[in-house]
Design a protein around this ligand. Structure first.
Ligand code: PLP
Length: 375
């Protein structure tokens, strides 16, 4: 058998990692400013995380959702208090795509409608039923074949109003900071108008916080920079620091009933232990504040570099925009400077998504290396 070859790979084989440093099979060290697509939130191999997972594995790793799992209760308490969303309900699943699938399913059940409004350059995950709607099948793919998706531009309030007046829309889904797309954000004014229009037309507002959530933006959720109350919030990535886990937070106005949603693995004991460990470390080490403060420091440093046209994003969800495509620069940063960064759909944006416990020295190292590789 061979692997289904869908990923272009860098010729690097990491074998161990601690904090923000990765080591490969040749003993070379790399500074990880990408965290495997914003997944590594508390750093690789955090001792508290490892202990929590090992202790849990020694006891029980998995049993079904047909029996009591006290870890799920512990998790709702902790997540509710740290996120400030303690009146929401939590449904646990296993990935970002699955979280959004469930969010849209629930929006459709709740409204009896099925069309979805999303925004250009958004990314909400790949599902088995995804089909291409634009030049890039992997990016603007409908969440579900039955679920027609209409893409609008940020700030197009009139367009949104016209679509919602057709009375067939179940949900508006948006990222408060676009991840894969390239760090574009709606303004607070537009986000408020979206929320208002959704309320008026009884459409479910879904905040996709899969990439921006769990403290990455300097607040627990990126929508909290805009003082908005979404109906559903989807989460994954940094939630498990590498353990596959996802979920949706559901506003109390949407009521649960037996069998409405379900999953075999969602909320398993190990996933809960991983998520609890992440939340405990975020709290104990005050990492959300660190993300905010270091985000400002990063921006200050970036603005001193003439080739940087714009610094995008918030906290440690950042993008550097250049006036050239960044793929060769990324390659040089990896192979010559041994620093992992990310690309975006916008090919001129270099994405920076480090663990939330990096420090100023790591950022200084990055800028020192970047200057050497810039034209
Ligand atoms: N939503 C957003 C905003 C994402 O960035 C991603 C992944 O990059 C997803 C959903 C899909 O998550 P997953 O790859 O875990 O299915």
């Amino acid at each position: 058998m061979k692997l289904f070859d869908v990923y272009p790979l860098y010729d690097i084989t990491p074998v161990s990692a601690k904090g923000v440093i990765l080591k490969d099979d040749k003993g070379q060290e790399f500074l990880d400013l990408y965290g495997g697509h914003a997944v590594i939130s508390i750093g690789h191999g955090h001792p508290h995380y490892i202990k929590r997972l090992k202790d849990q594995l020694d006891r029980i790793g998995f049993y079904s959702n047909a029996v009591q799992n006290p870890l799920q209760q512990e998790l709702v308490q902790k997540l509710g208090s740290l996120s400030g969303c303690d009146d929401y309900q939590l449904f646990l699943c296993n990935s970002g795509a699955e979280a959004n699938e469930n969010a849209l399913k629930l929006a459709s059940f709740h409204t009896g409608k099925s069309r979805v409004i999303a925004f250009h350059n958004s990314f909400h995950g790949r599902t088995s039923a995804a089909v291409a709607t634009t030049d890039n099948p992997a990016i603007n793919a409908p969440i579900n074949k039955q679920q027609k998706v209409t893409f609008l531009s940020f700030e197009d309030t009139l367009g949104l109003k016209q679509e919602l007046e057709k009375d067939d829309v179940c949900a508006v889904i948006l990222e408060a900071i676009q991840g894969v797309g390239g760090l574009d954000e709606p303004t607070t004014k537009f986000y408020h108008e979206v929320a208002e229009l959704c309320k008026e037309h009884q459409v479910v507002l879904i905040a996709d916080e899969v990439q921006s959530g769990f403290g990455r933006s300097g607040k627990f959720f990126a929508f909290q920079h805009h003082d908005i109350e979404p109906d559903i919030i989807s989460i994954a990535k940094g939630m498990g620091n590498g353990f596959p886990v996802g979920g949706i937070l559901i506003h109390p106005k949407i009521k649960a009933s037996y069998g409405l949603l379900g999953t075999t693995f969602g909320g398993n004991h190990l996933a809960c232990a991983a998520t609890l460990a992440v939340l405990e470390v975020l709290e104990q080490e005050d990492l959300i504040s660190n993300a905010g403060e270091l985000g400002f420091y990063f921006k200050e440093m970036a603005m001193q570099i003439p080739q940087v046209k714009r610094v995008k994003g918030k906290g440690l969800m950042l993008g550097l925009e250049f006036d050239f495509e960044v793929a060769p620069l990324r390659k040089n940063l990896i192979y010559k400077q041994r620093i992992f960064t990310g690309g975006a759909k916008d090919k001129k944006v270099l994405r920076i998504l480090p663990a939330l416990n990096i420090n100023k020295a790591h950022i200084n190292n990055f800028f020192h290396a970047l200057k050497q590789e810039l034209p």
